[in-house]
Write a protein that binds this ligand. Sequence first.
Ligand code: COA
Length: 332
Amino acid sequence: MYAKFHSIGAYVPSTVLSNADLEKMVDTSDEWILKRTGIRERRIARDDEVTSDMAKIASEIAIKRAGLNHSDIDLIVCATVTPDYFNMPSTACVIADKLGIKDVQAFDISAACSGFVYALSVAKAFIESGMKRHVLIIGAEKFSSIVDYTDRSTCILFGDGAGASVISATNDKSEAIIDIHASADGAYSDFLVTPAPGSVNPLSQRVLDEGLNFVQMKGNETFKLAVKTLTKDVKEILSDNNIDAKDIPHFVPHQANYRIIKAVGGALKMTKEQVVLTVDKYGNTSAASIPMAINDIYEAGRLKKGELMLLDTFGGGLTWASALLPFSGDNL
Ligand code: COA
């Protein structure tokens, strides 16, 4: 039994937060943000719109595009670091309920920006082992809920959104996910961290006074490590599978910073047409970034059945992952 990438869906909140808006909030400029990150604007969820709401809409689209009923889904894996609730229930359980899916295994995974590709590896393993047939994987983030909008070093980077995909069982090897690499190095856990709430810093007045509930990042160190790790990782997965970078029509990197994407794409000698770019309009949406980017090329009619995708991501943990796979859904 093989696992195939059966469909894609995404949800993008309607509220736009532009660089000009941020100029009014912190000491920054459109020119600085554009030059250092490539970001022009990002989307922000409404106050009454939570991670599971965005995930639900993306999931409905993905299930419909797979030609399935909600009841066909036998596992839901939600990758998020901005869950509806920090402890319990898992966001995957809330999503299952909002989708009306009963009697389904559902859980979250925490791998920050690498979450969607980590979820893909989980789905692949469950399907290849014969335990599940149709796995709904989701990357969804309300990152604005952990961003300090007085901190110019982080608030310019992140946005909200959700993407989802159905991974299904198939006997046809030509449709199958070819390979996934996923790894982590906890020695760098202080590069990207939300210090609270958690067992280290349970919620307290001190947590609120010191803003420990907001994301903190060693931006420059993260940047350098991201370029090095991502480049090494994609080169390895390509050589392991005897595939040349020029034969990849769709390189879908994590959308954190245009300069990181350009450096990795350049190291692979990719053309502009091969590299999928959405960071300019959505910013960094963490676990949602890769499925949102895949959905963008799908809806633009640029992603055709059977075409190869190379996914590559990097995030807090630190975690990183890459995947090589054909798009095995229908172009509706
Ligand atoms: N507007 C204007 N100036 C800013 C600024 C902003 N929004 N943010 C930081 N600066 C300033 C800094 O204070 C610093 O000033 P100084 O030289 O006077 O001290 C200067 O710009 C350079 O800061 P630095 O952090 O070295 O910039 P950078 O080139 O590394 O760019 C990031 C900052 C955050 C854009 C970049 O490091 C980055 O993208 N990092 C990786 C992010 C990432 O991928 N995170 C998630 C992984 S999934």
